[in-house]
Design a protein around this ligand. Structure first.
Ligand SMILES: *[C@@H]1O[C@H](CO)[C@@H](O)[C@H](O)[C@H]1NC(C)=O
Ligand SMILES: *[C@@H]1O[C@H](CO)[C@@H](O)[C@H](O)[C@H]1NC(C)=O
Ligand SMILES: *[C@@H]1O[C@H](CO)[C@@H](O)[C@H](O)[C@H]1NC(C)=O
Ligand SMILES: *[C@@H]1O[C@H](CO)[C@@H](O)[C@H](O)[C@H]1NC(C)=O
Length: 258
């Protein structure tokens, strides 16, 4: 029994060593290949197709103090909360805390970005008096004492005190229950065809690197198994000796009783 425990410990130790080696090598290759960077310790990791202004080609991000930001001429700066390169999703925050102000003004038509969520047309109303219908809640960050702003269905008959000043396709109408500064502020991107091929080539290279290290890891595993099998033989020999002494023990202990 003791020999089996020693053998298990040894085997798992080798396995752990191999796995650690494999993971760290793959990670290092991945990040160095992508030349990943960050604006701050907890900021999103930035690599192709994004880049920090003044470095490589791609979508330009700026580090402002410790924040990662992206500039849209139609709106201004938005904070980049996270980037998912797999799902092509960039999650943004409005530093002015007015998501419906962003939806109202952000024009993505001359950018590589589209909203991540499904869009629906809404009309922005600007009313001189508060609407009495409880189902309408004004957008606080766009309203003032003499102007109450609402997002409504474009089909709605515009009340007399209101001016339907813009109809835009946006991810969500205003809800007082979700006063989050990021809800719906997620974009996805499209690369031009030539860039799309480059992106695929990069993922392929990364895949082949990963494959190579997996193969290396597997061969290390086989080596470990081979060493382990050799150890079994050694342990078997030693173990049989131990077994003999174990068998003898009860006999020796019983001797004084006789
Ligand atoms: C970012 O910088 C601001 C001021 O420049 C500071 O108040 C804040 O604590 C910093 N945040 C982190 C995560 O370093
Ligand atoms: C967005 O900008 C384009 C020109 O870049 C313009 O043609 C279009 O009307 C604008 N869309 C909105 C909703 O303002
Ligand atoms: C919004 O309305 C415009 C103009 O009627 C239309 O072209 C567009 O397809 C609509 N968008 C959505 C998401 O329904
Ligand atoms: C709403 O109308 C008022 C008065 O005309 C104006 O001052 C205000 O800027 C408008 N609000 C928006 C969001 O357009």
């Amino acid at each position: 029994m003791a020999s089996f425990t020693y053998f298990s410990f040894f085997f798992f130790f080798i396995l752990l060593l191999v796995l650690t080696f494999q993971t760290s090598t793959t990670k290092a290759t991945y990040s160095s290949y992508h030349d990943s960077s960050k604006c701050s310790h907890d900021g999103p990791s930035i690599h192709y197709p994004f880049h920090i202004k003044g470095s490589l080609p791609g979508f330009e991000l700026l580090c402002k103090e410790n924040l990662t930001t992206i500039h849209f001429p139609s709106y201004g700066d938005l904070v980049v909360k996270s980037i998912s390169y797999d799902t092509k999703k960039i999650q943004l925050l409005d530093p002015k805390n007015c998501v419906h102000g962003v939806f109202l003004n952000l024009n993505l038509s001359s950018t590589p970005f589209q909203y991540y969520h499904v869009l629906k047309n809404y009309t922005y109303l600007n009313c001189s008096t508060k609407l009495s219908t409880p189902s309408f809640t004004e957008v606080p960050c766009l309203s003032a004492s003499g102007s109450h702003v609402y997002t409504v269905d474009p089909e709605l008959h515009v009340p007399g005190s209101c001016n339907g000043f813009k109809t835009v396709a946006i991810p969500f109408e205003y809800s007082p229950y979700i006063s989050d500064n990021s809800l719906g502020l997620a974009l996805t991107w499209n690369l031009p065809h030539s860039e799309e091929r480059k992106d695929k080539a990069i993922s392929k290279t990364t895949d082949s690197h990963t494959t190579r290290y997996t193969v290396l890891g597997l061969s290390m595993c086989s080596l470990a198994v081979a060493i382990a099998l050799m150890m079994i033989n050694i342990i078997k020999v030693t173990g049989s000796t131990w077994n003999c002494s174990e068998k003898e023990d009860p006999l020796l202990q019983s001797l004084p009783n006789v």
